[in-house]
Design a protein around this ligand. Sequence first.
Ligand code: NAD
Length: 511
Amino acid sequence: MSTTHPNPPATSASGPADGVETFESLDPATGDVVGVHPVAGPEDVALAVERAREAAVWWSALSFEERAEHLLTWRSVITRRIAQRAALSRSETGKPTADAQLEIALAIDHVAWAAKHAKKVLGPKRVSPGLVMANQAASVEYKPLGVVGVIGPWNYPVFTPMGSIAYALAAGNTVVFKPSEYTPGVGVWLADTLTEVVGGIPVLQTVTGLGPTGAALCTSGVDKLAFTGSTATGKKVMAACAERLTPVIIEAGGKDSLIVDEDADLAKAAEAALWGGMANAGQTCIGTERVYVHEKVFDAFVSEITEQARGLRAGGDDAAKIGPITMPSQVDVIRGHVQDAVDRGATAVVGGPDAVGERFVQPTILTHVPEDSTAITEETFGPTLAVNPVRDMDEAVRLTNAGKYGLAGAVFSRKRGMEVARQIRSGMTSINGVITFAGVPGLPFGGVGDSGFGRIHGPDGLKEFTYAKAITRQRFSPPLTLTSFARTAKDEKGLATIVTLLHGGKKTLRG
Ligand code: NAD
């Protein structure tokens, strides 16, 4: 049986066996079939998890250095084949080849960082035992959980899941990855290349399929599930995982704003807003969707961004800097948001409702968009920007924080960048740049509110795929016997004296 999928990918080398249920992936720019993949059912998923559990015995027993060795080799293989991978990504998502290459370059950096830092972050560390337990040597280390399930989206088919995959692997877990049904080819490619590097051992496997395959992974008994996708699906994933008390990381949607202060470099701010809003056809979780500009520079900013948008266009040809909308159903969402805003008084200074075609959406910039319209409150995921004036930075922060999402954002200001950034309720903010934090592997990545919880990347991202193991080792007999029925009144008095000495005074942190 074959399920025709409304859109994307490419096949694994061998292709599905006869009689296996499959789904097609289509090139979003042309509608051409670019791949056929098997639909993994609950049994297939269970089998993959079982294989991953066996592989975890070997992988988790390796030293940090040995695992790093394998991961760094994988990193080199991906790097050498970057053109091959970028072409695959272009055919599955429609994104320009240069954008596909940028995405993979960032992902490669994360593999290297996770491999090189896992030991330092997760390895055993001494902890001061304190005065009462002075006879103990105390330490903490971070152990792998076992098998991690990763469910990914299609918009950044390598960079996004790699934030979980590389960090989970570096921490000593094995991984079963369910890529988006729009980009299964990229997922298969990733697993194939790592399997090649580790001599065929399934430390990373890909199970392809639609939503139900992801749902099967949630209830398969994996030790943690890292989900990246929409908030609506994230809620379903969390509910399914609750059945087996499987912990989850939810990396969900966003509605990020870029704030422009009166003293900002307007040309740079406009350039960043344009790229942050339109790159990858606006299909970026941490993309710019709203822009709040100080009223004193609003008109100048709008002129600047309108000028810079001239000549920018979406198309399927190699010269077009913006590709198609990958998921056909999103076109209606984008059209709805633009139409709603215009119907309610917004001005289209670039594009507008007519810019929304069947597969391509031309750049659209709206100004004076009502704060309760969907173009402000919901994730649009298209090459559109809603640009509104604000009285001051307090209003910009208030409007930015008014939404249900809290993923990332940006501030352009010469003097007050840090001050404003700290007030934004989101996981990540870049000052005088856009999305720059995503390229710093040592920084955590994740959101608050409807954008989800948990962190990938950096030390937090490594720890996310482990459990903390605390160990105390007695070095010599305790001066006071406290944890025994042989405890005497003298021991109890001794404890009272020590505690009073330690905590009975009036000293505070300030002395
Ligand atoms: P989606 O929620 O439609 O799908 C994501 C994945 O979940 C796919 O692999 C899909 O097959 C799977 N899935 C669907 N139903 C499922 C179910 N019931 N149980 C388990 N898995 C299921 O999202 P999408 O359209 O692929 O991706 C776009 C969304 O992802 C946007 O909202 C975007 O903001 C978000 N995103 C977030 C981040 C982040 O880091 N926060 C990064 C990239 C994308």
